[in-house]
Ligand binder design. Structure first.
Ligand code: SPV
Ligand code: MG
Length: 431
């Protein structure tokens, strides 16, 4: 008798061992191990890679074979392997897995098999276990690899700007439940605009790498998610190679450099300011130098196209995108301040037709009416919300400061602030 058991296999606890034992008593246990792709569509990427999880599960007593389960739903594998039974903990009778359960019952009836439900092992708090896995933290090596893992596992990675440990914590921990599963941010954008603004400086590469890394260290210390670093123009090639090494050593997954020369100004000024583009060959040389400098295979150098920002047509951006890709760029970021999104959509469609797999990064600050699903349908793989947490904090601080000035006391400001008790308890370990 063949018994199917679908699982994630990231945390092994006595409840799982019990189900395997119950399965093995009845027959051969075929484990359908959920792939990163299957999990990432609904939950956070597991701590261990598929291969690591497979190695663990294969070595558990009672497991006969491990096969990939490539969908969140058990049904495609039930159809494929036609087991005599599927075994599952009875905790899926209520909660988010109810629909999966209904589908499994229907499929097994059709296949003439059985559904075996094993009483949930009490005393095991899986959310506490999940929390514990998070508190393990990460290493630079693991964090660095996570962006490529995410790009393999998810059609669109959702990246949010952080400029401090505190904003990093929001990105690390915020989760909301929607009908299609848990939603959270996949990674962190280290923005030159918000890093500079937060220091009271303009976004003109005046904040040097060493200073930006000091702030990034605060984010690294309290988060585990992958980081994409805004490398501005990358400076001179001879300097950029050191930037790549430094970022890589710190566990940053990718650097994005833009093809501008001269005094860099923020792209969202568009043609209000001088935005001079780099000669194509010079920028290709910088991208290649960066790629040669990296030590791991995992670090990514992403080329950012400023053609549309500087007032050039989509065709110019495409010509550059081709050249930068051939020079070794691991992805392309196309930027625009045009609110219609037409230029971006045109670029994405044309580039995707030529390069099926080169990741496209979008920063929809001005064309913000488009949802992630729409950006994905244009061909985007990474969406960056580049400045929102800093922009949100400034008006909040301003209102409180004004209230205190107006009232000459802080009573009225209190309702605009988080309660003292909450801030004391926000970061565990303070007591
Ligand atoms: C940044 O966040 O610093 C960026 C994106 O480079 S933008 O500000 O839109 O140019
Ligand atoms: Mg920037």
């Amino acid at each position: 008798m063949l018994i199917y058991l679908g699982m994630r296999g990231d945390i092994i606890h006595p409840g799982i061992i019990n189900i395997i034992r119950e399965g093995a008593r009845r027959g051969d246990v075929l484990v359908g191990l959920l792939t990163d792709q299957a999990i990432a569509a609904h939950k956070r990427l597991p701590y261990l890679t598929y291969e690591q999880r497979k190695e663990v599960i294969e070595n558990i007593k009672g497991v006969s074979q491990v096969v990939p389960q490539e969908e969140w739903s058990y049904v495609p594998n039930l159809r494929k392997y036609k087991p005599d039974a599927i075994i599952h903990g009875d905790d899926w009778k209520s909660g988010p897995l109810q629909k999966e359960r209904d589908d499994v019952y229907a499929a097994m009836e059709e296949l003439g098999g059985q559904v075996i439900e094993i009483p949930y092992t009490s005393g095991i708090n899986s959310s506490a276990l999940n929390e514990a896995v998070r508190s393990i933290g990460t290493t630079p090596d693991i964090r660095l690899k996570t962006l490529r893992r995410l790009l393999d596992a998810k059609p669109l990675a959702r990246i949010m700007e952080a400029h401090s440990g505190l904003s990093g914590l929001i990105i690390e921990h915020l989760e909301i439940t929607k009908p299609d599963g848990l939603h959270s941010f996949d990674g962190i954008w280290s923005s030159s605009l918000t890093d500079s603004t937060n220091k009271g400086k303009p976004d003109i590469e005046a904040v040097d790498l060493t200073t930006r890394l000091q702030d990034l260290t605060n984010i690294l210390e309290c988060t585990t998610k992958p980081i994409i670093f805004d490398g501005d123009t990358g400076g001179k090639s001879e300097h950029f190679v050191f930037t790549v090494r430094t970022l890589e050593r710190n566990g940053v997954s990718a650097v994005i450099i833009e093809d501008k020369v001269g005094l860099k100004k923020n792209s969202l000024f568009g043609t209000e300011v001088d935005q001079e583009l780099s000669p194509i060959t010079d920028f290709c040389q910088k991208v290649s130098a960066g790629k040669r400098a990296q030590v791991t295979n995992d670090f990514m150098v992403i080329a950012r196209l400023e053609s549309l920002i500087a007032g050039f047509p989509v065709e110019d951006a495409l010509e550059r995108a081709r050249a930068y890709t051939e020079a070794g760029a691991d992805g392309i970021m196309i930027h625009s301040k045009e609110a219609t999104g037409v230029d971006i959509k045109t670029f994405c469609t044309a580039f995707r037709a030529e390069y099926a797999h080169v990741p496209i990064v979008l920063v929809p600050t001005t064309y913000n009416q488009f949802t992630e699903k729409e950006l994905l349908s244009w061909g985007a793989n990474i969406v960056i919300y580049a400045n929102h947490l800093l922009r949100a904090s400034y008006p909040a601080m301003m209102n409180v400061a004004k209230s205190i000035l107006e009232n000459e006391r802080c009573l009225e400001a209190d309702s605009l602030c988080m309660p003292i008790k909450q801030i004391l308890e926000l970061i565990p370990g303070g007591k």
